[in-house]
Design a protein around this ligand. Structure first.
Ligand SMILES: *Cc1c(COP(=O)(O)O)cnc(C)c1O
Length: 232
């Protein structure tokens, strides 16, 4: 067994074990393989090993690998920061855009989806730690953002996503994840049009265990599947 397929198998088993501690099972958790900086061949290897959702960060890289058939047999999500002028390249190609952080971006997605005659599913990205360096909506503005998006055609919000502040302190991680879970539940109780809270996307290689314990049902894992990325 190759390293990638071994990693996928071990990860799925562990995700199942952790989910069971919360009264769920691995079937309730969507594992998104964060495929950035891994070429089409390695992505295909992950899909062959049982990955059913790939998440890509950069539009250019996504388009290149898409052309190469990297994601065949898998769903494709966009998980990185999305510039308005690049929206047109990915709407209709990806099942879920996880990183919607403004009305402006939502309107552009709507425009492109309308042209194709489709409804684009998205998640709203939340900057749960209010960090300068992160691009999600601040907690205080999330409700207004979601309310505004609910009025826009051809776009449907299916949950929320976050990248919390980096921390190896369990209590600190838990605090941010729990805040997200509360938002997820609270928004879900409000009956906005075109808004459903189905996916709580949080947890990466370093913190997915705690994220699942705090209610995540979608985790995005790169290093834990493909090994360390080599930036050059
Ligand atoms: C790269 C990336 C991940 C996965 O990161 P790892 O630490 O390698 O698991 C998850 N989410 C987003 C948005 C990413 O860019």
């Amino acid at each position: 067994m190759s390293q990638i397929s071994g990693n996928v198998a071990a990860l799925k088993k562990e995700i199942d074990e952790i989910a069971r501690l919360t009264g769920r099972s691995g079937d309730d958790i969507t594992l998104v393989a964060a495929t950035k900086m891994n070429d089409a061949e390695r992505v295909r290897e992950a899909v062959a090993a049982g990955i059913t959702v790939c998440g890509e960060n950069r539009v250019q890289e996504l388009l290149e690998k898409y052309e190469q058939g990297a994601y065949e047999g898998s769903e494709l999500h966009f998980i990185g920061t999305l510039q308005t002028n690049k929206v047109k390249y990915i709407v209709g190609k990806v099942q879920l855009i996880q990183s919607v952080n403004s009305v402006k971006l939502a309107k552009e997605i709507s425009k492109c989806a309308a042209k194709l005659g489709i409804v684009q599913d998205v998640l709203v990205e939340v900057n749960i730690g209010s960090e300068e360096s992160k691009s999600g909506a601040n907690v205080e503005s999330v409700y207004e953002l979601i309310e505004n998006i609910s009025l826009i055609p051809n776009i449907r919000v299916r949950g929320i996503m976050t990248i919390p502040p980096i921390s190896d302190n369990f209590d600190e991680q838990k605090c941010f994840f729990t805040k997200m879970q509360q938002l997820f539940i609270d928004i879900g109780t409000k009956k906005y049009d075109n808004i459903s809270m189905e996916f709580l996307s949080m947890g990466m290689s370093g913190d997915y265990r705690n994220a699942i314990l705090c209610g995540a049902n979608m985790v995005r894992i790169g290093t834990g599947i493909f090994g360390a990325r080599h930036y050059s």
